[in-house]
Design a protein around this ligand. Structure first.
Ligand SMILES: Nc1ncnc2c1ncn2[C@@H]1O[C@H](COP(=O)(O)OP(=O)(O)OP(=O)(O)O)[C@@H](O)[C@H]1O
Length: 272
């Protein structure tokens, strides 16, 4: 399959000290990829390096074979859309906010939204169940609703790759699963490639084709969920005891935490 995104020995970070280093992986077109790793391991920094928000200290990011840093802002926005963890919101309506996703397609001196842009925005608002909030102010939405409006806005950009920074963090389990199913459908039906930062390892295992596991600014492991989500890898990276089982329906790995007390009892019971 064609390679969409290639990270070649990427290093980037902040003057104050934190850097991600030696990042190498490639994503094929149509992939649903996940980034996992503990708090502070560099997942968001990696996203910022890919999008060009942070300049690279070393290495390069290639998108469809071209050096991504050499594309114009407009070209970048037509290829990659990012939904970040904390969306800053102005006091504008949900519809106005979602329509902002069409900016990269506006012609110079085009001051009004074209009918086609409004249709595209409404289509994605229906898909994300945010059309009902169309006239509400972004500032008056719940965290989960705001996240869905951000997704709608990102989709109206018609990107080739959607980068999602912890999109399920504000959602209850019903909405988490609904959201992941929606992204899975978009991935399959629109051939939209997706890379998502996911904290819930079982969700990552169930939905992603490919995982990159980060630790202290480096890739600890990459591959399919079965290769990456082993209890040995998780214990080394998260310094937490877990049990990994196989989901009987999907065959994907499911990760269970084990409390300190139960672990002690288990060790006592199984002592020879
Ligand atoms: N703007 C910044 N300036 C300086 N340091 C930063 C900045 N943003 C993040 N960092 C630091 O870089 C490190 C990695 O942060 P990053 O946000 O990439 O981690 P993460 O894996 O996404 O974490 P989380 O799971 O908590 O969101 C952290 O130690 C953080 O404090």
């Amino acid at each position: 399959m064609k390679e969409l995104l290639v990270l070649d020995n990427v290093s980037c970070g902040y003057k104050s000290g934190f850097y991600i280093n030696d990042i190498n992986f490639s994503l094929s077109e149509g992939i649903f990829a996940g980034i996992v790793g503990p708090n502070g391991s560099g997942k968001t920094t990696l996203f910022r390096g890919i999008s060009g928000d942070l300049s690279l200290h070393k290495g390069a990011v290639y998108f469809e074979g071209k050096d991504f840093s050499e594309l114009s802002l407009r070209e970048k926005a037509q290829k990659v859309a990012i939904v970040s963890q904390f969306t800053e919101v102005a006091d504008i309506t949900v519809e106005e906010y979602v329509l902002m996703g069409r900016m990269p397609y506006r012609k110079q001196f085009q001051f009004f939204d074209k009918k086609e842009d409004v249709e595209i925005a409404h289509h994605y608002m229906h898909l994300t169940n945010t059309y009902r909030l169309k006239d509400k102010s972004m500032a008056a939405l719940s965290g989960g609703e705001r996240q869905m409006a951000s997704i709608a806005s990102a989709l109206t950009q018609n990107p080739r790759l959607l980068l999602l920074d912890e999109p399920t963090s504000h959602l209850d389990i019903t909405h988490q699963v609904r959201f992941m199913n929606l992204i899975q459908r978009l991935n399959e039906e629109l051939k939209l490639s997706v890379m998502m930062i996911v904290h819930d390892l079982s969700l990552a295992g169930e939905y992603c084709d490919y995982l990159v596991m980060m630790k202290n600014g480096r890739i600890f492991e990459k591959g399919n969920p079965v290769e990456v989500l082993t209890y040995e890898n998780i214990e080394k990276v998260y310094e937490t005891v877990v049990v990994v089982e196989t989901n009987p329906v999907s065959g994907n790995p499911v990760v269970f935490p084990v409390s300190e007390r139960r672990m002690k009892e288990f060790v006592e019971k199984t002592k020879p």
